[in-house]
Write a protein that binds this ligand. Structure first.
Ligand code: TLP
Length: 339
């Protein structure tokens, strides 16, 4: 089976397993796991933030950020297709008791003027706008990269209005690979940033949240409240350290696979895809020829797993466990279904 449902489906490589086996461990709830501590120091340095916190999932990282930046009754601004709004089971309402104002973007990018219009004024009956959340790369928009100009404009607006910015950088290394802009530069334009080890970087588990000392102290407490205190988590942090050293440079190969795949399937009858917007490892498309669930089934019967994207869209995601031969085979399977 060729599995391009997500870049979350990868298994640890031999080198990663070896690193996990060799990890020095301690109890991280006591702050005594040397491998977790090293990973957190590295991530803080990498993002230029004061401190970092290792967490089990990208969802937890995002939700700790929302919780630590806001008070109950606040409003936060997200792009309409953001992961935080669509795929995190209304956690901002449940955990942080905030409401979300969504703003439709252009391939994930919110227009700063639209944001400006939606920042609440001081009337007592309005909620307080306390946080803007960005997502780079943007998953549901198709792994698109937000422009650095957009970051700068939103950063200027947020600073003028005393609003914090959190960046869901689950795939920030894909953005860096696509643009050459460092993670540190992206991070310098936001108050907090999270990223995932369990996506393109190929780890089995793990994400990290970075920000100021004070912010991470709050997030640390909330991680414990949510039951996310992990003990000998160095076994997972070792995988993450291995990934930082070995699996970033190769992301460019995943982008090549995605572009090749997108170009090939764009030529099939009824496939609707904007190949200009395939910036990284995700390909979003729709099919006029088959209803989405039928196409998923037809491809699965021939040995190819793809996932459902938003609305009528389908999604293919390229990662380190599919090689170029798998991509040729995936294209072949598509062609055989679309004859
Ligand atoms: N994304 C998953 C699904 O939840 C859709 C995927 O297969 O792409 N932020 C972004 C931008 C994400 O894409 C994801 C996961 C997360 C956060 C959450 O990460 P986890 O799954 O570790 O909680």
């Amino acid at each position: 089976m060729i599995d391009i449902r997500s870049d979350t489906v990868t298994r640890p490589s031999k080198g990663m397993y070896d690193a996990m086996l060799k990890a020095e461990l301690g109890d991280d709830v006591f702050g005594e796991d040397p491998t977790v501590n090293l990973l957190q120091e590295k991530c803080a340095a990498l993002t230029g933030k004061e401190k970092a916190l290792f967490v089990p999932t990208g969802c937890m990282a995002n939700q700790l950020a929302v919780k630590s930046h806001t008070n109950p009754g606040d409003e936060i601004i997200c792009e309409s297709e953001a992961h935080i709004f669509n795929y995190e089971t209304a956690a901002p309402a449940v955990i942080s008791q905030v409401q979300i104002k969504t703003i439709p973007g252009d391939y994930g990018e919110m227009n700063p003027e639209d944001i400006r219009k939606h920042i609440r004024t001081m009337e007592y009956y309005f909620p307080k706008t306390s946080l803007i959340c960005l997502e780079n790369t943007h998953n549901r928009a198709g792994g698109t990269i937000l422009s650095i100009r957009n970051f700068k404009d939103i950063n200027r607006l947020a600073s003028e209005r005393g609003i914090k910015i959190h960046l869901d950088g689950a795939r920030i290394f894909n953005a860096m690979t696509g643009t050459g802009i460092s993670v540190k530069e992206y991070a310098s334009l936001v108050d907090s940033i999270s990223f995932c080890f369990s996506k393109g970087l190929g780890c089995p588990v793990g994400s990290v949240l970075c920000g100021t000392m004070e912010f991470i102290q709050k997030a640390h407490k909330w991680r414990k409240i949510l039951g996310g205190g992990m003990r000998q988590a160095g076994v997972l942090a070792a995988a993450a350290l291995y990934a930082l050293d070995n699996n970033i440079d190769r992301l460019k190969d995943d982008h090549k696979k995605a572009k090749f795949f997108a170009k090939e399937i764009s030529e099939l009858d009824g496939i609707n895809i904007n190949i200009e917007k395939v910036h990284t490892n995700i390909v979003i498309f729709s099919s006029g020829k088959f209803p989405k669930n039928e196409l998923i089934k037809l491809l699965k019967n021939k040995g190819l797993l793809i996932s459902s994207g938003s609305y009528e869209n389908l999604r293919a995601v390229f990662h380190l466990d599919v090689d170029m031969q798998d991509v040729y085979n995936a294209v072949g399977i598509f062609k055989s279904v679309f004859v």
